[in-house]
Design a protein around this ligand. Structure first.
Ligand code: C5P
Length: 279
């Protein structure tokens, strides 16, 4: 049996560059894993099917769940006839831009590889992960990475340290395709954007090109951002396509009904180990 932590992510910056003929968008994003996450238990079992159970009854546990897409893909690529029994203890809010489903899929690819003799290298797992979703390869990085293309080109970066933050999730959720549909391009065009260099030299400039389209879908989110900024945090930003915000720096913990607030820290993994959450 293998029990693994499946972390959420935030996008410290997210620049959308252009829309591609395949309908996806080219982007440039600095992503970071955090220690808000799910716990997943994996067991080999004799049946001819995988079995997935979940602590959250509203989540699908059939083939539409990215965990089962990952097991199916792993078998297809390796020709192994091994099946798994999996339990997902869900903590990452869904429709939040925190990458919960993608993280679960990446964790499953790692787990399947561990349970079947570690024959596949991480680069290969990343390539397979991209077939499941644009953010899946990122979760196979070491936790701090610059992602380009539709998100699947991942460049590992040195850890930024164990920075603490708050995740704030309103009760509404947002669908990623719906937010992308609201994008009006071009947003700004800069030949040589320097946000990554700025970030790595210590100039923290968080931004997210998906924030405005998300605000166009929900005025409530714009109000929430204003409220969070008024609590004194240095950076308040929608994560990915939302609807969760992350708050960095010193500020007063938001306390409003209908808001879920999660204290968290940046987390990274060692090269040969999976992520763990320090209790
Ligand atoms: O790759 P993934 O399945 O996570 O993408 C979900 C949706 O988000 C896509 O169908 C697309 O509408 C949008 N998307 C995009 N450009 C990206 C990533 C996602 O347009 N780089």
């Amino acid at each position: 049996m293998l029990q693994l932590f499946s972390p959420a992510k935030i996008n410290l910056f997210l620049r959308i560059q252009n829309k591609r003929p395949d309908g996806y968008h080219n982007l440039s994003s600095l992503l970071q894993t955090i220690d808000l996450g799910d716990n997943i238990t994996f067991q080999l079992h004799q049946d001819e099917n995988d079995i997935l159970t979940c602590s959250e009854v509203s989540l699908p546990t059939n083939h539409t769940n990215l965990i089962l897409k990952a097991t199916e893909l792993f078998r297809q690529k390796t020709n192994l006839r091994i099946h798994l029994k999996i339990h997902l203890e869900k903590h990452i809010p869904t429709q939040a831009g925190l990458g919960g489903g993608s993280s679960n899929a990446a964790t499953t690819l790692w787990a399947f590889n561990e349970l079947s003799g570690k024959k596949i290298d991480i680069k290969q797992l990343m390539e397979w992960g991209a077939e499941i979703g644009s953010d899946v390869p990122f979760f196979l990085s070491q936790g701090t990475a610059h992602c380009t293309g539709r998100g699947e080109h991942v460049k590992n970066l040195a850890s930024l340290g164990s920075i603490s933050l708050f995740i704030v999730k309103p009760s509404i959720g947002l669908s990623t395709p719906a937010v992308y549909k609201r994008l009006r391009l071009p947003i700004t065009f800069r030949e040589n954007p320097s946000e990554l260099e700025d970030f790595l030299s210590g100039k923290i400039n968080c931004f997210n090109d998906l924030e405005q389209p998300a605000f166009n879908l929900s005025a409530e989110l714009k109000d929430l951002k204003q409220y969070l900024c008024s609590r004194g945090f240095q950076q308040v930003l929608l994560s990915g396509s939302g609807s969760a915000f992350f708050c960095l720096g010193n500020g007063k913990i938001p306390c409003t009904e209908n808001l879920a607030v999660y204290p968290a820290n940046f987390v990274n993994r060692e090269i040969n180990n999976w992520y763990t959450k320090k209790e």
